[in-house]
Design a protein around this ligand. Structure first.
Ligand code: FE
Length: 244
């Protein structure tokens, strides 16, 4: 089993409802009915009711950088809330039988579907965020990713600096992403629940910069949370697995 298939085999049962995961090879781009712009990390056929995926590590595994208390609230209350809300919102709608990523692409930018988009995207973003962290994170990226980082940013430090700048520059709640755009890697930030896929960018990893991600541990010091996570927890191996 190659690395992408191995990754999907692990991620599929974790990310979404347990009913099925029929397109395990489709780690690449999703089919976008509006012109093929959206790029996603998987094409999962699971449908509602969506379930809260378990964490890929124990609640205390990221201490002292992120406390078990933060992880417990973040996963067990915030992320669970998005999943539960989504399940309630899609009952009796066309979205009830839809995979999570398709719900996101179908509702993005539609003002009358904002609540469904927000909860679907936040459910997806958080599952992706947990995979972007690892107790064994930080350090050097795998060679193939490091090469692309150096080609796009000049150095690993420059990439981390750009990620930190995006994370600090996001006014209010949101996300800082390392994404792939063709042959190039880029850093982008999104507000609230927004995702880069709908802009044609493929996510490689993400930092949650909503206050609930760090306030219990760092209070207003977002900069300390961001820099410590980038040094100690960021999961470069996960990002490398997501490369096209
Ligand atoms: Fe969050």
């Amino acid at each position: 089993m190659n690395r992408k298939l191995t990754f999907l085999a692990v991620l599929c049962p974790l990310l979404f409802s347990s009913s099925s995961c029929t397109n395990r090879e489709a780690l690449g781009r999703s089919d976008d009915p509006k012109g093929g712009k959206a790029k996603t990390n998987d094409k999962l056929e699971s449908v509602s009711p969506h379930v809260l995926p378990p964490l890929p590590f124990k609640e205390d595994a990221l201490e002292p950088v992120i406390s078990a208390k933060t992880i417990s609230f973040h996963h067990g209350k915030h992320q669970k809330g998005y999943v539960d809300n989504l399940n309630k919102l899609v009952v009796g709608t066309d979205f009830a039988g839809m995979p999570l990523e398709k719900i996101i692409t179908e509702t993005a930018g539609k003002v009358d579907k904002t609540a469904i988009f927000n909860n679907a995207a936040q459910a997806w973003n958080h599952a992706f965020y947990w995979r972007s962290l690892s107790p064994k994170g930080g350090g050097e990226p795998p060679a193939a990713l490091k090469q692309k980082i150096e080609a796009s940013f000049g150095s690993l430090d420059a990439c981390k600096k750009e990620l930190a700048t995006a994370a600090m520059g996001q006014f209010g709640s949101g996300w800082a992403w390392l994404v792939q755009d063709g042959d190039k890697l880029k850093v982008v930030k999104t507000g609230n629940a927004d995702v880069p896929m709908t802009a044609g960018l493929k996510p490689l990893l993400v930092l949650d910069v909503w206050e609930h991600a760090y306030y219990l541990d760092y209070q207003n010091r977002r900069v300390d949370y961001v820099n410590t996570v980038l040094d100690k927890l960021i999961n470069w191996a996960f990002a490398a697995e997501n490369l096209d």
